[in-house]
Design a protein around this ligand. Structure first.
Ligand code: SF4
Length: 645
């Protein structure tokens, strides 16, 4: 079909006899899609902010993409995942281009997704590769680099997610010499910026968006200047994730890995440029020792814990702490004196001082707007400072600074209201809209809440829940996700259930997430046991996923340092954290988890919640009112009948 002139309004596009009805092979008129598109169109035109909850199956991607294109403004679209980013760029944009003609659109990812040409060329000359696997991966990358336009690693399908060679040649900023690099003109990052400058639609993900927003004058300093060009409006898809991602980038992290990587990169540069010396080796060894001693002060074992009493800690450990800062400064000074490769040493100088600056902030700033906490993961220790409340920061840096922000997701409203989202994100004056789903939930899904299970805190719960799960899986013939709120409970129940059912079971943690998902999709009647990382962004349409079982109402862990600080802050302000924060947050999380089941109009299945607080407490009604209108039962026989039908 030849390109058509652009439609003037979204009604001409999405209406019953609109352009979409002519173009789309499986077109169905969806009044919700038109309603959402008109709301986005209005917000862009009238310079308003808008929050839209659009149920699964609304067709929300086109409902914001088309008005964004028609607006004539430069619009940034930010997604929760790289998958959605790719779907927009490689599927939705080309579909529209077939009919509207070429669109000026691009996608941008974080620098670590792109190859650094200079590092690839250096790697050919210098012995940085270890083992046959790295040599084989490097060969693939080297050949691909000759022809790729984008330099985005997603193009190399065969490269493992955890490729160690990619970590050595990616374009992350810490080792980039910018305009001094001989490859600057051909650099994939330069090219990404140039394309973005000429684009009207820029597709990013939340991590890149907030990393960019934070460096454009973040709360605790940082380099000036972001990478996303100026824009007139932003649309957040999967907007329920914004608070967490913004908190991450408006916060400060300093980790033991940052010290290790700095020492490794300095040593590698010294080897490559022949400026190594005994003094430098000694400096790096001392810095490594001091950092190891310092991080050892925070104890062993995995987990997250609050860090209180900075002052007393500083008094006790002042000497060691000052030694660590001094070691970083000595590394920086050493590098400043290097004449062999000044342009390559400068990013390392900046990095050493940036680590020192973050550490000083964490140890000494005492800013009360932040919660200070420690995370131990594997061999790493992460010292974190997270803003307790991002609403003011978002208001100042984002919502006040641009004409239009549109936030959309299938899960933003609690019992039909947006108070929680507005309050958490500082978006008080926004317009709001709930677009009901296109699905017939009452016919397609049955919500089952068994009444006889013991209290979830009782020791008898695990055995009883495992028995109940076996019964449900027998009726559903596997084909299920069993989702847990804690890793420990997942393991305990998995150990009991996996031997009792004749279906293949998959357990989170036994393989990479995507590999587990692929296996689930490919294995008839499989059952996947998982925790929070499978509660969202997972799409398994069709019969293969016919049942989702959730162990508990997904309240955030109250002892988590960030949750604890947020709860305390609301209480200190005279608010009720349970009703204004904890219940709404859990209602949205439950809606996300159950949202895995019904992904198309032909899907059907059972949702089981093994936590009868939803039927026995007053606040339980808020959960019911937040979920789609599923059929409901407390009787397992109805589950059996549902699957027999
Ligand atoms: S400009 Fe930076 S990222 Fe680009 S090729 Fe050079 S060193 Fe690599």
């Amino acid at each position: 079909m030849p390109p058509t002139t652009k439609p003037l309004t979204v009604r001409q596009f999405f209406g019953r006899k609109g352009l979409l009805s002519e173009w789309h092979p499986s077109y169905e008129f969806r009044s919700g899609q038109l309603e959402m598109a008109e709301a986005v169109e209005g917000a862009l035109r009238e310079k308003k902010h808008l929050i839209v909850e659009a149920g699964t199956g609304t067709g929300k991607t086109l409902a914001y993409l088309v008005p964004a294109i028609l607006s004539g403004k430069r619009v940034v679209i930010s997604t929760g995942t790289k998958n959605l980013q790719e779907q927009l760029y490689f599927k939705d944009i080309p579909f529209l281009e077939q009919h509207l003609g070429p669109l000026r659109a691009c996608y941008m990812k974080g620098r670590a997704n792109y190859a650094c040409r200079q590092k690839i060329y250096d790697a050919e000359k210098e012995p940085i590769l270890e083992g046959l696997e790295e040599v084989a991966d490097f060969r693939v990358i080297r050949e691909w680099e000759k022809t790729t336009e984008s330099g985005d690693r997603a193009e190399i399908k065969t490269l493992p997610e955890s490729s160690s060679v990619w970590a050595k040649i990616n374009a992350r900023g810490e080792l980039c010499t910018g305009q001094k690099c001989t490859q600057f003109e051909r650099c994939f990052i330069t090219k990404m910026h140039q394309v973005a400058q000429k684009s009207d639609i820029i597709i990013v993900n939340h991590h890149l968006f907030f990393a960019d927003l934070a460096v454009k004058g973040g709360p605790v300093g940082g380099e000036a200047g972001g990478i996303i060009p100026d824009y007139g409006a932003v649309i957040f898809d999967e907007a329920h994730d914004i608070e967490d991602v913004a908190g991450q980038y408006f916060g400060v992290t300093v980790s033991s890995y940052q010290f290790d990587e700095l020492a490794r990169d300095v040593a590698a540069l010294a080897r490559r440029k022949n400026f190594g010396s005994k003094e430098l080796d000694h400096t790096l060894t001392i810095a490594g020792d001091r950092a190891a001693q310092f991080f050892a002060l925070f104890g062993a074992g995995d987990g997250r814990s609050a860090f209180r009493g900075q002052e007393a800690f500083l008094i006790r450990n002042e000497e060691l702490y000052r030694d660590v800062l001094a070691a970083l400064e000595i590394i920086a000074l050493n590098l400043e004196l290097v004449h062999a490769a000044p342009e390559e040493a400068i990013p390392l100088v900046h990095r050493a001082r940036e680590i020192a600056r973050r550490l000083q902030f964490w140890m000494e700033s005492g800013e009360r707007a932040y919660v200070y906490w420690i995370e131990k993961r594997g061999r790493g220790t992460f010292l974190q400072a997270t803003p307790i409340d991002v609403s003011q920061l978002l208001d100042e840096k984002l919502f006040d600074a641009i004409d239009t922000a549109v936030l959309t997701s299938a899960t933003l409203a609690v019992a039909g209201e947006f108070e929680f989202t507005k309050q958490r994100l500082g978006l008080r004056g926004a317009r709001t809209l709930v677009v009901p789903s296109h699905f017939d939930y009452a016919a397609q899904a049955l919500l089952y809440v068994p009444q006889s299970l013991p209290d979830r805190r009782s020791p008898a719960f695990v055995a009883a829940a495992a028995r109940e799960i076996v019964e449900i899986l027998t009726h559903s013939r596997g084909r299920a996700f069993v989702l847990f709120t804690s890793y420990q409970q997942m393991r305990q129940i998995y150990d009991r259930v996996s031997f009792e059912i004749p279906y293949q079971t998959l357990l989170q943690g036994t393989g990479p997430r995507n590999a587990l998902l692929e296996e689930f999709r490919a294995t008839p009647n499989a059952v996947l046991f998982a925790t929070s990382s499978f509660w969202q962004g997972v799409d398994v349409p069709g019969e293969q996923l016919s049942c989702v079982i959730i162990d508990k109402l997904p309240f955030a862990v109250p002892s988590d340092p960030v949750v604890e600080a947020r709860v305390a802050a609301i209480r200190n302000d005279g608010g009720d954290p349970f009703s204004t924060y904890q219940v709404p947050q859990a209602a949205i999380a439950l809606k996300q988890g159950f949202g895995r089941l019904i992904r198309s109009r032909s899907d059907r299945g059972v949702l089981a919640l093994l936590d009868n607080r939803i039927t026995k407490t007053r606040y339980g009604q808020i959960f019911f009112d937040s979920l789609p209108h599923y059929a409901f039962t407390t009787n397992r026989e109805d589950v059996e009948k549902f699957f027999e039908r």
